[in-house]
Each structure stands twice: as structure tokens, then as C-alpha cells.
Design a protein around this ligand. Structure first.
Ligand code: SF4
Length: 512
């Protein structure tokens, strides 16, 4: 729903009789008040400048809305969603709500959803099935669906038709409207749907409640203009738009002052950072060059698109220091033909040339990637090109997926002519290579002393601590609980495929 549609829907809503006892009639709802999110509108890329808003505040009328009430947010998908959850938690707290993890005592549940894969969507619909019983027990409970799935027409229609107990659906561009949406949901007998299909603005001063105080996420840009043929993100997150460097630097400084040990700069395509600035030439390399001067031990960024990864960024990353020696560089396929069908805008040779330049500048670099197997038309030879590229680059790890179509994307209209049995077999063969190389890379650490940022107790054993190296390797070791939140030296004694075991060497090297 765009702003015009929202205003119109609001007008219809205001003129509607509000007989709370009457039955819900969603056929009328469709006709009168509901304006669907539109993938067609979401695809549009206009020429209007990005609007920056610094004026978010909680209106007086909402100040006590959360008094005596609790909220719970379930988050699916990427770090961008995790970070959106931190913002929504900040808004809830500013409204006076308290956080809870107990579904029995909460007054509001939000599902912050992910649309990137079918599996992620199925999980959300499964969860809605469970919540139905909870809503029956507690009719005053508010249930909301937000995040990327709500930007999809088909999802909103399915919820409206089959999950009518849901109280609110709102989109990725509507997060700052959460107080109004909650208010509408409390007052209305009908589902509140507010999904703007727009290119997107930047809203600077939203409150945040960060998860943990060791690692922090900082958005540097929003949206994506790449339109890879399999991907729904450019439709759900709007156009590429960058935050001003001064706002980002201030946020990172603030985290450093609070004692955070690691910051990850976030964006769907961080390498396009700054391309939308009309008043200056300033890219991710320039931003990283400023941020590396801030007194914070580790700086990461994700996610990279190889096409926009430029020499200036490589030059800055080579300076090292707090810029970590790990780059996630999604390749998706090793075949130039498949990359062309995917509209990735680089070919195998260009990708390998980029890897060569990165390795020349940062010899110690660890590279990880994302790969899709079984893309429409992918032949055995093309798949083997992916295997050979994987071996040639020698990645430390990879997220590997079987292609599944996302409704609304160009690839969904392609004939998916690779049988599932072949896709599965290719995934197995790829994973065997991934595991083998990962185990080799892990083994290289045996006997080394590495810096580990300790995040907490191991999930499997509370007597063991767990943390990550600069190369994002999981390390388990026995150490004092006082090491949690700090960077300590650990000697690696044992290497497994996906983790390392070690023993703490001596003193804690970073105390903030
Ligand atoms: S770069 Fe491609 S895969 Fe990444 S978010 Fe944009 S469209 Fe999706």
C-alpha cells in the first residue's frame, strides 16, 4: 500500500460503522478497506531523492499504551530482520511495554518474517497454526505479521482468508508506524493491514533495544536495485538508499563507547553504499576507512555483491587493524551462463579476478560464499563449473541451497526443468566438497593461537565457553565466565569440520 492508498483506506475505515459485535466479513473488507501490497509498485524505481526523517517521536496519545502489557517478537531470516526486531523492541519499550519470552503471559506477539525461501515462509505459516490455539485461549492477545513476507500480495491474501485471527499485518516500510498500527489493532474489529509498496525513505532516530552488548549491527543502507532473477528482496525492501556517513559513524562511536567489541555494517548490498548520494562521491571503502579509526576491536560488513566490490574497498580492507580478515562474497554459481540467467551482472572470470585481487591485497583472507544449485536450465557441466570454482577459490565455508521459485520473481516464470532428484544429488556433491575444504581450513588452525571474542557458554555444555575468531570460526574452550564479552587468546588443540577446540592461553587481552 502506498501513502495515497493508505490515506484512502484510512478514509474508508473512518466512515465505516464500528459495530464490534457484528461478524467479520472479509469479502467487504477486501472491497472497502484493504489495499494489497503490490509487487508491481514495489518494483518501480523512480527518480525522487531519498527522504531523510529525523523527527520520529512517540505521540502523547500513545505514551501509556504499553503500561502493564508485554510483547514478544519472533524473528526469522537475516541480520537485517534481527536488527529490525531491535528497532521494534525499542518502539515497544518506548510505549511502556515490557519484553517477555513467555507466550502465555505476553499481550502482543509479532512474527518478523523472511521471504527469501519457501522453507522460511512455511515455518511462519506453521507458527501461525500454533498461535491460533493461543488466541482462542486468550482473545485479547494481539498477533501481528511483519517483515518481508508481508510485502507479498499472496501472503497477505492467504492470511486474510485462512488466518483471520491475525490482528495486524504491516510491511518493512511501516515499522515506524508501529504505535499507530497497534492502536488501530486495539480499536478495530478487523485485521489492520498497512503495507506500503514504496521505494523507501530513511528514518534516523528510531529507538532500539539491542540484543546483547558484545556485538552490534549498524545499518548503512537499505534496499537493493540488483534484481537477481531469483530474489524477492528488491520488491520487499525498496530501492538502494544509503544512510549519511556522519550518522553511521556516530552510531558506531556510540557502540564503541558502550563497550561493544564488534560491529557488523549491514545492508542487502553494502558494496553499493553511497551510489545514491547526489552531493558527493563516497563509497563503502571511504566509510570503512573512517570507521577503522574508531576504537572498536572488530568491524565486519555484510552482504557483499561482487559486482560493486571496488578497488578502493580492497585497498582499505588491506589496512587490516580492526577490519577483519573475513569476507562473505556470494557467488551463487560458477557458470557464466547460469550467472547470466540469474542476472548477477558478473561472470565467472570477473568473479575469479576479484578474488585474485582480494587475495593479493589480503593474503590471509578467509572467504565464504552462498551457492544455489539446480537453477532452471542448469546442466551437469554448468554445475561442475560451480564445483571447480569452489575448489579454485578455496572457500572456508558456504551456505548452499537448492533453488526454489519465489512467487513474483522473474525466475518463477522460468521452466524449472532440473528434476528434484538431480538437484538433491548436486547439493550432496557440492556439500561433500564444502565439508572437505572446510575441514582442511580448520586443520590449518591446529596449534595456532587465535583471538576469540567470547560470546557465552557453549550451547551443548555450560562448562565450556564459545566464541568466534576474526575469520568467524567457532571456538570452544574451557575458561572463566569473566571472559564472556572479551577477546581472549586461545591455543587450538583440535579441529573439526565446523568448529575448533582449544585452551585459553593467558590473560584477557581486551578489557573494556
Ligand atoms: S543482490 Fe541479488 S540476491 Fe542480493 S538482495 Fe539484491 S537481488 Fe537479492
Amino acid at each position: 500500500m502506498n501513502e495515497k492508498q493508505r490515506t484512502e483506506s484510512q478514509q474508508v475505515k473512518e466512515s465505516r460503522p464500528t459495530d464490534k459485535k457484528s461478524e467479520k466479513d472479509y469479502s467487504k473488507y477486501f472491497e472497502k478497506t484493504y489495499a494489497a501490497p503490490s509487487l508491481k509498485d514495489a518494483k518501480r524505481r523512480g527518480k525522487e531523492a531519498v527522504q531523510y526523517h529525523n523527527d520520529f517521536s512517540i505521540s502523547e496519545q500513545f505514551r501509556d499504551m504499553g503500561k502493564g502489557r508485554k510483547f514478544l517478537i519472533r524473528t526469522y531470516g537475516c541480520q537485517m530482520n534481527e536488527h529490525d526486531t531491535e528497532v521494534m523492541a525499542g518502539i515497544f519499550m518506548a510505549l511502556g511495554y515490557e519484553p517477555t519470552t513467555d507466550v502465555k503471559e505476553t499481550n502482543v506477539i509479532l512474527l518478523n518474517t523472511c521471504a527469501i525461501r519457501e522453507n522460511a515462509e512455511n515455518k511462519v505459516f506453521g507458527e501461525l497454526g500454533h498461535l491460533k490455539a493461543l488466541k482462542r485461549e486468550n482473545p485479547d492477545l494481539l498477533i501481528g505479521v511483519c517483515g518481508c513476507m508481508s510485502q507479498e500480495e499472496s501472503v497477505v491474501n492467504r492470511i486474510l482468508q485462512k488466518h483471520q485471527f491475525v490482528d495486524m499485518i504491516f510491511g518493512t516500510h511501516n515499522i515506524h508506524r508501529l504505535p499507530n498500527i497497534l492502536q488501530d489493532a486495539y480499536m478495530s474489529k478487523e485485521m489492520v493491514v498497512e503495507v506500503w509498496s514504496k521505494e523507501g525513505d530513511i528514518i534516523e532516530n528510531l529507538p532500539k533495544v539491542r540484543k546483547g552488548n558484545i556485538k552490534g549491527w549498524v545499518n548503512i543502507m537499505y534496499g537493493c536495485d540488483k534484481f537477481c532473477t531469483y530474489c524477492i528482496v528488491p520488491f520487499t525492501r525498496g530501492k538502494e538508499r544509503s544512510r549519511r556517513p556522519e550518522d553511521i559513524i556516530q552510531e558506531v562511536r556510540h557502540l564503541a563507547a558502550q563497550g561493544y567489541q564488534e560491529v557488523t555494517l549491514l545492508g542487502q548490498n553494502v558494496n553499493a553504499y553511497g551510489k545514491d548520494f547526489t552531493d558527493m562521491k563516497y563509497g563503502l571503502g571511504d566509510l570503512m576507512d573512517e570507521i577503522r579509526k574508531i576504537d572498536i576491536p572488530r568491524i565486519r560488513f555484510t552482504t557483499s555483491h561482487p559486482r560493486d566490490f571496488d578497488d578502493r574497498l580492497i585497498e582499505v580492507l588491506a589496512k587490516g587493524g580492526n577490519l577483519v580478515d573475513h569476507i562473505h562474497l556470494p557467488v551463487q554459481s560458477g557458470s557464466s551462463e547460469v550467472l547470466k540467467i540469474m542476472a548477477r551482472k558478473y561472470n565467472r572470470e570477473q568473479y575469479l579476478e576479484l578474488v585474485r585481487k582480494i587475495k593479493a591485497a589480503i593474503p590471509n583472507v578467509s572467504l565464504t560464499t552462498d551457492i544455489i544449485v539446480g537453477y532452471p536450465n542448469e546442466t551437469e557441466e554448468q554445475f561442475e563449473e560451480t564445483l571447480s570454482l569452489y575448489k579454485e577459490v578455496g572457500y572456508d565455508a558456504a551456505y548452499t541451497f537448492i533453488y526454489s521459485p519465489r512467487e513474483g520473481t522473474p525466475a518463477a516464470k522460468m521452466v524449472d526443468n532440473v528434476p528434484m532428484s538431480v538437484k538433491k544429488e548436486r547439493l550432496q556433491r557440492l556439500n561433500a566438497v564444502v565439508n572437505e575444504i572446510s575441514a582442511q581450513k580448520m586443520l590449518e588452525h591446529k596449534g595456532q593461537i587465535v583471538d576469540v571474542l567470547v560470546e557465552g557458554e557453549s550451547k551443548n555444555n555450560p562448562d565450556v565457553l564459545a566464541g568466534y575468531t576474526t575469520k568467524s570460526k567457532l571456538v570452544n574452550f574451557v575458561g572463566p565466565k569473566s571472559a564472556i564479552g572479551q577477546i581472549v587468546k586461545v591455543r587450538i588443540t583440535d579441529a573439526k569440520t565446523w568448529s575448533l577446540n582449544g585452551e585459553m592461553v593467558d590473560q584477557i587481552i581486551e578489557v573494556k
